[in-house]
Design a protein around this ligand. Structure first.
Ligand SMILES: Cc1cc2nc3c(=O)[nH]c(=O)nc-3n(C[C@H](O)[C@H](O)[C@H](O)COP(=O)(O)O)c2cc1C
Ligand SMILES: [Fe+2]
Ligand SMILES: [Fe+2]
Length: 409
């Protein structure tokens, strides 16, 4: 049976949740599921904003049919052509042959690349800033290229001042019954998943997100309707600020993320010792991860959140332990930048992990290596304690220099 929610008097959420999907993009674990949001505006003309993933098509079509209540669908706005939002275009055209598909040149190019049905006579191409009157309401389109994909645009509804933002301001996590961010404790319920979504999915395109934020700054926005996660109708500056910071690659918090690879536990031992020594100095904001255990997306999200990283890896086949190498490549691919980093290497006959990590880190922008990398020859020895203390002192000094406030002081 249909399941829809009213957003405003004549605008309905007609999307759905997927709590079964193991991995988003077949890569990112989503233990809390994901929502695919689509919105239907019931004005003199009817307009549907984006569609949903194929996994929930049956319910989705029921939702749309229910809200339309016998009326035809006049417009289908395609803000983003990624298949998690476009799986239902063909079926909608079949059911509503008069529907105008609203998009830009790239949108239509992508429709033809992904699908083989013929709907050219349904195309309604719009240009940057163009308006579309629906009756009482008017939509306006702004292009946001590479705020995930090149064809992305956002749609602004002028009467109720709603921004339909495509993937922007989205989050992993299915709706827990509630739809609006102010109906849950967002920081507790969504923030980590919103950060993991942004950093891993859109993180590479900080510059383009900044350009989009600048373009939208002149609009009076009262509500943000993304295609994933909750709808924002209160305290919009909160999520706008987060996006601004994330897309500038600025840490949200002073603190340390320690992540390591270790086979026999000796690199792990050094990482524990570093974290323990930092804790003795009063550092409280620390996270530690074994890269072989925790999915990279979680580590990347925390690396985005915190100001300092400690990275440890054994040498493996004259290079870097594969999982660590893959993680650092992934971070570089996401344009990760602007952090302070301490390095820990380990080896039994020839240490290659430190130069390999240094090379990967230094190829990222605005990265600073703290102190001297700490190298262990198979296992740490007591004689190395002063050297480790020195590195910990350097990390601590860097934290203080970056404005870390030590609660223990
Ligand atoms: C498949 C394999 C390849 C390795 N390759 C190297 C190497 O090229 N050079 C080296 O010095 N040690 C190499 N090692 C040894 C580890 O780097 C070394 O034992 C290290 O101390 C392990 O740290 P851990 O206790 O944190 O796992 C290799 C180990 C394995 C299992
Ligand atoms: Fe997308
Ligand atoms: Fe998406």
């Amino acid at each position: 049976m249909y399941y829809v929610q009213e957003i405003t008097e004549k605008i309905f959420w007609v999307g759905g949740n997927d709590r079964r999907l193991e991995r988003f993009e077949n890569m990112f674990p989503i233990p809390q599921g994901v929502a695919y949001n689509s919105y239907l505006i019931m004005d003199e003309k009817t307009a549907l904003i984006d569609t949903v993933d194929a996994a929930i098509s049956a319910l989705y079509l029921e939702n749309v049919t229910h809200v339309l209540d016998g009326r035809p669908l006049d417009y289908l706005i395609v803000n983003h052509m990624e298949p998690d939002h476009c799986a239902n275009i063909e079926e909608l055209v079949r059911r509503y042959p008069g529907v105008k598909i609203v998009g830009n040149k790239k949108t239509f190019q992508f429709i033809e690349q992904f699908y083989s049905f013929n709907c050219q006579e349904n195309y309604h191409e719009v240009r940057e800033g163009e308006e579309l009157a629906l009756g009482e309401r008017t939509l306006q389109f702004f292009f946001a290229p590479m705020v995930h994909w090149p064809e992305v645009m956002v749609t602004y509804e002028q009467k109720e001042k709603i921004l339909f933002s495509a993937d922007a301001f989205g989050s992993f996590g299915a709706h827990p019954g509630t739809l609006f961010s102010d109906q849950v404790d967002f920081e507790h319920f969504y923030l980590d998943e919103a950060r993991r979504y942004y950093t891993n999915i859109v993180g590479k395109y900080g510059l383009q997100v900044q350009a989009a934020l600048k373009k939208l700054s002149s609009l009076d926005i009262r509500m943000i309707c993304s295609v994933h996660g909750p709808v924002w109708r209160r305290n919009l500056s909160y999520i706008l600020d987060k996006y601004d910071r994330w897309s500038r690659y600025e840490p949200e918090q002073r603190g340390v993320v320690l992540f390591y690879a270790s086979m026999y536990g000796n690199t792990e031992n050094v990482m524990n010792r570093i974290a323990g020594k930092l804790a003795e100095k009063g550092v409280r904001d620390m996270r530690m991860y074994d890269v072989s255990k925790t999915h990279a997306s979680y580590i990347i999200a925390d690396a985005w959140k915190y100001s300092h990283l400690v990275i440890g890896s054994p040498t493996y086949n004259m290079g870097l332990y594969f999982v660590m190498e893959a993680l650092l490549h992934e971070m570089a691919g996401l344009n990760f930048q602007n952090r302070k980093v301490a390095l820990v290497g380990n080896y039994t006959w020839a240490c290659k992990s430190v130069p390999a990590m240094r090379n990967l880190v230094e190829n990222m922008k605005k990265m600073e290596i703290i102190g001297s990398p700490f190298e262990v020859n198979s296992s740490m020895k007591a004689a190395q304690e002063p050297e480790l203390d020195k590195l910990v002192d350097d990390i601590y000094a860097s934290l203080l220099a970056e404005g870390y406030r030590n609660e223990a002081d």
